[in-house]
Design a protein around this ligand. Structure first.
Ligand code: NAD
Length: 347
């Protein structure tokens, strides 16, 4: 028997549903909506349960769980990061996530999150840049043209009004793919041969490369005064993208310091190096960019609250779109104590 307080079946949003959801709503609208949802949850940041993600590292990558709760709803994401997968024809990042009702503990949504992670990461980056980048920014360098890249470009177009993206990747095929996918979307797309060329005239620099090592995608002399850096690819112990000297002259903004100090660019700095929490800027409790010559860095690693916001957004669209199937995922016996009897009756 299904009581009105819970559902025996759990809505499941597959990859196919997610693709159709994005096409149905329009990718820029989804990015704008997600940025608004994430910003709204950052405003109520103190009430979330927060913990650095639970990571299981190996020589080739990491598998992580990212849980949080706002007291009414609980959520987690399972996500991997395997830079070497690309050589095997596999993706670097794949994910799925779940929401549950805190009152009963019953799951209320299971969803693919590989595509949703790319959307939420771009929405978070663009939302942060709305607060931190120079006002009226028009041009973004996009270094690393892999799976996340187009989402980042369109997020910055939709949320921040960027009109030009300058692409660079060590693999020209990635840049070609990215330029092709972005064609006809209202962005001026410039394919560049070096990172130096990509940053020419850019007020915003996004680094979104994948390499499991301390890499130096940007050196100090490449970063001019007044630039906003959106550092996305350094998100794991031993995996960074920016030269330490850039960090030393930047105002650094983070999601959750306890996690970013382990995983972000700031793992290169002393554990007490000052950083500002983005939610405090949004809430007016801390200053964002304070002058035109300041270099701001959003040291993005991806935090559980962003996934929670994204999953709740997907859940809010289920009725409107019908894009889900019902999963028979909870045993739910007629008599809650007669779990064994379910097996007997199924025979
Ligand atoms: P991907 O493997 O699809 O693409 C990475 C690209 O970086 C590749 O095209 C590769 O050729 C390029 N690259 C590697 N080294 C480079 C260099 N030195 N200069 C220029 N380009 C270089 O990976 P993806 O899914 O696009 O993810 C990119 C990174 O973003 C990963 O490290 C991933 O872990 C991270 N990520 C972070 C968040 C977050 O919330 N911060 C979310 C998702 C992914």
């Amino acid at each position: 028997m299904t009581s009105p307080s819970h559902q025996a079946f759990v809505p499941f949003v597959s990859v196919d549903h997610m693709l159709k959801l994005v096409l149905h709503l329009g990718i820029e609208r989804v990015l704008i909506d997600l940025a608004a949802e994430i910003e709204a949850d950052f405003r109520r940041w103190p009430l979330f349960d927060k913990t650095p993600r639970v990571a299981s590292h190996s020589d080739v990558g990491v598998i992580e769980l990212m849980p949080t709760s706002d007291g009414e709803t609980y959520g987690f994401k399972y996500v991997n990061g395997h830079p070497s997968n690309m050589k095997k024809g596999l993706q670097t990042v794949t994910a799925f996530g779940l929401l549950a009702d805190v009152e009963t503990g019953y799951p209320v949504l299971l969803s693919e999150m590989t595509i949703l992670t790319a959307l939420r990461t771009a929405a978070t980056s663009a939302m942060a840049a709305k607060w931190l980048a120079p006002k009226g920014s028009t041009t973004m360098a996009l270094i690393g043209n892999g799976a996340q890249a187009e989402f980042q470009a369109l997020g910055f177009k939709a949320v921040c009004g960027i009109s030009e993206v300058r692409l660079y990747d060590i693999d020209p095929a990635a840049t070609e793919k990215c330029a092709r996918n972005l064609a006809g979307r209202g962005l001026r797309v410039v394919a560049c041969k070096t990172a130096e060329e990509a940053i020419l005239g850019a007020q915003i620099i996004t680094t979104v490369t994948a390499d499991k090592q301390y890499a130096t995608i940007l050196t100090d002399n490449m970063v001019g005064a007044g630039v906003h850096i959106n550092g996305v690819g350094g998100d794991c112990p031993g995996k960074t993208e920016l030269h330490r000297d850039i960090l030393l002259r930047s105002s650094i903004f983070v999601e959750y310091p306890e996690q970013t100090r382990i995983e972000g660019e700031i793992q290169q700095l002393a554990p007490d190096h000052p950083v500002t929490e983005l939610w405090q800027v949004i809430n007016g409790q801390a200053t964002g960019r304070s002058d035109a010559r300041e270099v701001t860095l959003f040291d993005s690693v991806g935090f559980a609250v962003e996934d929670f916001s994204a999953l709740r957004y997907v859940r809010s669209k289920l009725q409107e779109t019908g894009l889900f199937t019902q999963l028979d995922m909870i045993a739910d016996p007629d008599d809650p104590r007669d779990l064994f009897g379910m097996i007997l009756r199924a025979a």
